[in-house]
Design a protein around this ligand. Sequence first.
Ligand code: ADP
Ligand code: ADP
Length: 225
Amino acid sequence: EFALELSGIEKAYLKGEPGEVAVLRGAELALKPGEVVALVAPSGAGKSTLLHIAGLLDGADAGEIRLSGQDLTRANDAKRTEMRRREIGFVYQFHHLLPEFTALENIVLPQLANGTSERHARKRGTDLLARVGLSHRAAHRPAALSGGEQQRVAFCRAMANQPSVLLADEPTGNLDPATSDTVFAALMELVAETGLSALIATHNPDLAARMDRVLRLEEGKLIAG
Ligand code: ADP
Ligand code: ADP
């Protein structure tokens, strides 16, 4: 069984209109539990479109999607939202932390939204911050953190609800090369410890080479290598 399975995914924008753009044309993905896959694509190839479909934020025109053993191809919005909250963690190029809350609160809030008790949520948040070396920053707001620290907090938030799949869009793309390296290493450690599967879009060939395998998005399809 796969953690995430996409088959025959097709997606076009402005469908049926003169400016129609066919972005995905039969994309296939089978992410095994615990597997970390690099997604490499030139700008405009459809990387964000693919990540949004994989993360149940957007629907495909055709194709099938399975998450943690459940076929969600025809699931309604409520079901997709429930599965997204429970099974998917997102990380973006920019941290998107809530500025008025502390690092710890940013990790606690999504857990409360999912029905976790405050005591458990704080414990898990504290544990996650410790794993990325940020215990001393728990009470700081995002503005008081460096770019690398903000991104590490964003990783913790993405993992707060113990998802089975992590989807990341250029998670270190906004950092300088040295910071990018240490932050990426922290992400890989978290992923390995939690055993989740990850699809991580990156332009950085060195980072791609450190993942289990590489998929390139070309002409609407995912190709090994
Ligand atoms: P990437 O993330 O690889 O840069 P995207 O998935 O954002 O690519 O976009 C893929 C293609 O689809 C691009 O040509 C983009 O201009 C087009 N596109 C994306 N979103 C829309 C939209 N809402 N309407 C029309 N075209 C879009
Ligand atoms: P990095 O080299 O990791 O990007 P910085 O040089 O930006 O780190 O910051 C070094 C330290 O100073 C970090 O621990 C960070 O949390 C702290 N720091 C950065 N900006 C602020 C700020 N505006 N207020 C308080 N602390 C800050």
